[in-house]
Design a protein around this ligand. Structure first.
Ligand code: AHR
Length: 660
């Protein structure tokens, strides 16, 4: 008897305790959407950092193809059987060609294949794929009897894994381009290109180039397909380019000038990449910008992957951490003109000066550019002074064109407060906020935008990433802990889509042997690429965006860290789905019931997408999907309109529920 009383008492006590402790259900108000979510919401930030463009998405395999690096033969090795003085000379025609002054002259006397050669090491080697066609091309000039050029692909041991011969067809002393293609017979991550010269005479060479056949969309001289596919798979709302700090440059001379990045590639003037010298702990002396990938190609890329283009232009100020050089106000006009001309280049009729240039490059239809950034991480009254001139000129000509303005390098502090106040007083369209911060910052700031003015300037979270070691430290890692803190923070961006209308993780790409900045969204070597846990978080947000924000609360409060939970909800008008996002940053599993209010009929079969792992887990080339989403079906109680979720420790969930 006693035992029965004890058991019953224990049962009653446990039930009461469970009832007392059961968390209040989370409520989603489906009937009254809070605000719209812009199609641009989740985008990408591209910069030529970490070998992002040259040695990255730009599929050119030859490094220093036009001998314009500071050391003209950097990346090249002269191979000689017998030494003859003056056989290989660098020449400079700066008086005739300022954009591409240098070339190499090779003089041979009865040379056979194997006597005199030039080998290019590529960008940390060349990625070569078995069976693939490689297109070798040069610009050459010669007068006497033709000197043959034998091109060989080499593997890491120096064995020939592909070859072709180019016999110049012109001997009129003028520059010509000629090409030969051949197939590789093996796969090699550390390949090289060797040229042997055969014949009698002199040949001048420039723009020595090697491209794989399998570029993005098969465009000759195009982009590395696997890397671009990773971007396309994000279905980004926008693509910001070309940076980042390279917009500003080390000094004004080193700034990014879009007009020098269009037209024939041999006329695009190379400059040093400012990441070449930025970090003493990650020097990159061979990092230059060839601009083979320029503004036309960026606009085309945006169009290809269905994103809005978001170019960022120099505002007349160089990087304030470097030279801090500013252009005097009375000399700002060409900078402003560049901005106006860019809009014409992108959108102008083919009879306009710049619209015609676009058409000549193969795109008569306008790109329909809608926005641009003026300045990257610029700050201070000097910035505001210059920005006002840009804004006045651009808005006068294009009143509906949206401008993105900088709020400096940090999301708080005196510089930020000053700019935030000034820009809001100016009625800025978008204020670009940057935060490279510790995971704890992201967790604490999930409610950052809850109190932002709904009617004022919009926010572009233009660069952010969770840094496990806080700051641009080489020891940061793309862990699940970092990605989960971003997922938690992003619930706050989504909830506040009325204010935050664009967001992009930064930086985007990093080459495992050529990076300066860590962490990054996608890591590559010469043959492969993999997405980090942060990549999959970005993708989950982008692919499960929805069109309207829904209110999602517990005890009438948004979930911004209570019990380490973070949540947001949206409604997708196109598919009639409710989309829930919940991050559990707790080391314990938690169960939550979610009540969907204001909905008439639900499909009981819902989709549940989950990312869950140990906080220190990472993805690698070998285990590229170690931390990545998996999907299963769950059942929603269509009668009570409730769904119960068991949230695993350190997990992120997306739930898609169809309304009928
Ligand atoms: O994303 C790397 C760098 O971080 C960007 O170039 C710059 O804008 C920021 O400081």
């Amino acid at each position: 008897m006693n035992r029965i009383i004890k058991t019953v008492s224990l049962f009653v006590a446990t039930t009461l305790l469970a009832q007392a402790q059961a968390p209040t259900p989370i409520k989603v108000n489906v009937a009254q959407p809070v605000s719209e979510i812009q199609p641009t919401m989740w985008g990408i930030f591209f910069e030529d950092i970490n070998l992002g463009a040259d040695g990255g998405i730009y599929a050119e395999l030859v490094k220093n193809r036009s001998f314009e690096f500071q050391k003209p033969l950097m990346g090249w090795k002269i191979e000689r059987k017998t030494f003859h003085e003056g056989e290989v000379l660098i020449q400079n025609r700066a008086d005739k060609n300022t954009a591409n002054p240098r070339f190499v002259s090779v003089k041979v006397e009865n040379a056979q294949k194997g006597d005199l050669g030039l080998t290019n090491e590529g960008f940390r080697g060349m990625g070569i794929k078995n069976g693939l066609r490689y297109d070798f091309s040069v610009m050459y000039r010669q007068s006497g009897s033709p000197v043959k050029v034998h091109a060989e692909l080499l593997d890491a041991k120096g064995q020939v894994i592909g070859e072709g011969t180019l016999t110049p067809s012109q001997t009129d002393g003028q520059w010509h381009r000629q090409a030969v293609s051949f197939n590789a017979k093996a796969t090699e991550a550390k390949g090289k290109l060797r040229l042997w010269f055969e014949g009698n005479g002199q040949i001048d060479l420039d723009m020595i180039s090697l491209f794989p056949e399998d570029t993005w969309k098969g465009r000759p001289g195009g982009m590395r397909a696997d890397m671009i596919q990773k971007l396309a798979d994000l279905k980004p709302g926008f693509i910001r380019f070309p940076g980042g700090c390279i917009v500003e440059g080390f000094d004004l001379n080193n700034r990014y000038q879009w007009k020098k990045t269009i037209g024939p590639i041999e006329e695009r003037q190379l400059i040093m990449n400012r990441w070449n010298i930025e970090f003493a702990h990650r020097p990159a002396p061979d990092y230059f910008q060839t601009f083979g990938l320029g503004f036309f190609e960026y606009l085309q890329l945006a169009e290809d992957i269905g994103s809005e283009a978001l170019p960022i232009l120099n505002c007349g100020m160089a990087c304030q951490f470097n030279s801090a050089e500013v252009v005097p106000m009375d000399q700002l006009e060409p900078y402003v003109q560049d901005a106006l001309d860019l809009i014409e280049f992108a959108n102008g009729d083919i009879n306009t000066t710049w619209g015609k240039v676009r058409a000549q490059m193969g795109h008569p239809a306008p790109f329909n550019l809608k926005m641009m950034g003026v300045g990257n991480e610029n700050w201070g009254p000097q910035y505001i002074e210059r920005l006002k001139v840009f804004t006045k000129a651009i808005k006068a000509k294009y009143p509906n064109f949206k401008l993105i303005n900088s709020s400096g390098t940090d999301p708080n502090g005196d510089r930020f407060d000053y700019l935030n106040k000034e820009l809001r007083a100016m009625n800025a369209d978008f204020i670009d906020e940057h935060y490279y911060r510790a995971p704890e910052w992201f967790l604490k700031n999930a409610g950052r935008y809850d109190s932002y003015d709904r009617n004022g300037s919009k926010v572009f979270a233009g660069e952010y990433a969770s840094h496990t070691n806080n700051g641009a430290s080489a020891s940061n890692r793309n862990t699940w802990r970092a990605a989960l803190s971003e997922a938690a923070f992003m619930t706050g961006l989504e909830r506040n889509a009325a204010v935050v209308q664009m967001a992009s993780y930064a930086p985007l790409f990093a080459h495992v042997e050529g990076w300066q900045w860590n962490p990054d969204l996608i890591w590559v070597d010469n043959l492969q690429s993999f997405g980090t846990p942060s990549y999959y978080v970005q993708q989950l947000y982008s692919l499960n965006k929805g069109t309207h924000v829904l209110s999602m609360t517990q005890n009438n409060q948004p979930l911004i860290g209570q019990d380490s939970l973070y949540a947001s909800a949206s409604w997708d008008k196109a598919s009639n789905e409710i989309i829930l996002k919940i991050a559990n940053n707790n080391s314990q599993a938690q169960v939550r019931e979610i009540q969907l209010d204001g909905v008439k009929k639900l499909d009981p079969n819902a989709r549940l997408i989950v990312m869950q792992s140990d906080p220190n887990s990472v993805n690698t080339f070998e285990e590229a999907l170690n931390v990545s989403p998996s999907e299963k079906k769950i059942v929603v109680n269509a009668k009570t309109k409730k769904v119960s979720l068991e949230l695993a420790p350190y997990s992120f969930y997306v739930v898609r529920i169809k309304t009928l």
